[in-house]
Write a protein that binds this ligand. Structure first.
Ligand SMILES: [Zn+2]
Length: 478
């Protein structure tokens, strides 16, 4: 018993120190280790297995919507990065540079890609000539480097993994459709695989991507009420095309600029997964992306027949669910704790008494509820239970977000809400950046998005009292 207690005590309670709880879970669930260079991380087998499931689900959707995967170089010549003014200004402070090859100083510095817009633009300028070459629908899975000052595993790291889509289209309208389509793909991934409810909307001018005409985003709420931007899709219009001279001859033989998009989703979503579903016993992984959906724990496994029956069970269920067995010589209590820490959706206990009754015990990770199920019914009950857990996680996250969303009509109301029920703040805004700046400066609250689903909460801006233009979601954010 004391051993089990020790294991659990390694996690700080989220109510006491949410940031420390996060760090503890990341470490104790064996997701990542810190890299040698500050801000870098080592994704360990279990952390990477979860990411792989997220990645595979998204990759399927990217391909289903007609995109091809490609691999572009890691290095960007300095002169190329400087071609689009807003873009370089946005990224310059975070760029890591290569200055030497061996002992020799390079004639031109090379940026390690912080994102690859300019590489794709350069390629498109050389490979798009006619309307017949359009659209170009490319995506790449890659790691990128951004020299961040403060870093945390998954949430903000100097090097991270992601996919970046880069597309070129004949018309602005087509590019707009693509931008919407890919945001919907992200929303579907978040809600239906990761069980994370999202708010879809447009970023304000201040918060949009450097060089974009506009940016649309999915925003989700973490357990502590803070927001996390989980994926963004950008419409570039023809801004990059003009800077990089990407033109095509239309059907009438007239030269036209292409219209572009880019969209990205990164390992940050792993941070969202941890902070939306996790609890004081550790990680909780939604069944659809869980590398192990059910873990069998044999009880009194030294007794004759127990292990045989447990392995039989695993073999029988292996075609239906992702299942594993812990037949190590650790105590069952230790194994239970590990199952909870790793967030396996279901734990299956089987001991001599269960075998006598031809049953097992199923323990749900999300509610801790136990249920006795006949071994004959497991092939039906287990997948159904996994679906119930998936749905329950989504419902819980949505209820939590609703509870922590407050309508505010003045700065006083905003400050009161931040104190009493920190979370999302829905408020009317005049559209003036001065208000946005003031709110950010005084309260560290940023505009998250102008949601597509608008409501009219008031006639005037909650900050300045001038005529309101649109409703905005505000929050402190990761
Ligand atoms: Zn205002």
């Amino acid at each position: 018993m004391s051993k089990n207690k020790q294991f659990v005590e390694k996690i700080t309670a989220m109510e006491d120190d949410f940031a420390q709880w996060y760090t503890d879970v990341v470490k104790q669930a064996e997701l990542v280790d810190y890299g040698l260079v500050r801000g870098t991380m080592i994704m360990k087998p279990y952390g990477f297995a979860i990411w792989e499931n997220v990645r595979d689900a998204l990759d399927r959707k990217i391909k289903e919507t007609g995109h091809s995967n490609v691999a572009f170089p890691l290095f960007i010549p300095e002169s190329l990065l400087e071609k689009e003014k807003d873009h370089v200004e946005g990224f310059a402070p975070e760029v890591a540079w290569v200055t030497h090859g061996g002992d020799e100083e390079l004639a031109e510095r090379l940026a390690i890609r912080p994102t690859s817009e300019v590489l794709f633009c350069d390629y498109y300028s050389k490979n798009i000539h006619s309307y017949r070459d359009l659209p170009k629908l490319y995506n790449q899975w890659a790691n990128v480097v951004r020299w961040e000052k403060t870093t945390r595993p998954f949430l903000r790291s100097s090097e991270f993994h992601w996919q970046e889509g880069h597309t070129a289209h004949a018309t602005d309208e087509e590019a707009a459709k693509e931008t919407d389509q890919m945001l919907n793909v992200y929303a579907d991934l978040a809600e239906n695989y990761l069980a994370i409810p999202v708010i879809k909307g447009r970023k304000t001018e201040m918060e949009k991507f450097a060089g974009a005409k506009y940016t649309i985003t999915i925003e989700c709420m973490m357990h502590d009420g803070k927001a996390l931007q989980a994926g963004t899709s950008h419409h570039f219009g023809s801004g990059f095309a003009e800077a990089f001279d990407i033109t095509y001859l239309d059907k009438d033989g007239k030269s036209q600029f292409v219209h572009q998009t880019s969209w990205g989703l990164s390992t940050r979503i792993m941070g969202a997964l941890i902070m939306v579903h996790g609890d004081n016993r550790g990680l909780v992984v939604p069944p659809r992306i869980a590398p192990t959906q059910a873990m069998i724990i044999p009880i009194a496994q030294h007794k004759e027949g127990v292990l045989d029956k447990a392995y039989d069970l695993r073999d029988k269920l292996a075609d239906i669910v992702r299942i594993d067995i812990d037949a190590s010589d650790k105590m069952p209590g230790w194994k239970f704790n590990e199952c909870e820490m790793k967030g396996y959706p279901v734990r299956i206990e089987i001991g001599p008494k269960d075998i006598e009754k031809n049953q097992v015990v199923l323990v749900r990770r999300d509610t801790n509820e136990k249920e006795f199920v006949s071994i004959d019914e497991l092939e039906v009950r287990l997948p159904a239970l996994l679906e119930e857990i998936q749905q329950n996680l989504f419902d819980k996250a949505l209820a939590h977000r609703n509870e922590k969303t407050t309508v505010v009509k003045s700065m006083d109301e905003l400050e009161k809400a931040l104190k009493e029920n920190p979370g999302f703040l829905k408020a009317m805004w005049c559209g003036d950046e001065a208000c946005e700046e003031k709110i950010k400066e005084e309260t560290q609250v940023t505009s998250r998005c102008i949601p597509f689903e608008q409501e009219k909460l008031a006639d005037t801006c909650f900050c300045c009292g001038k005529k309101a233009k649109e409703m905005v979601y505000w929050a402190r954010a990761y």
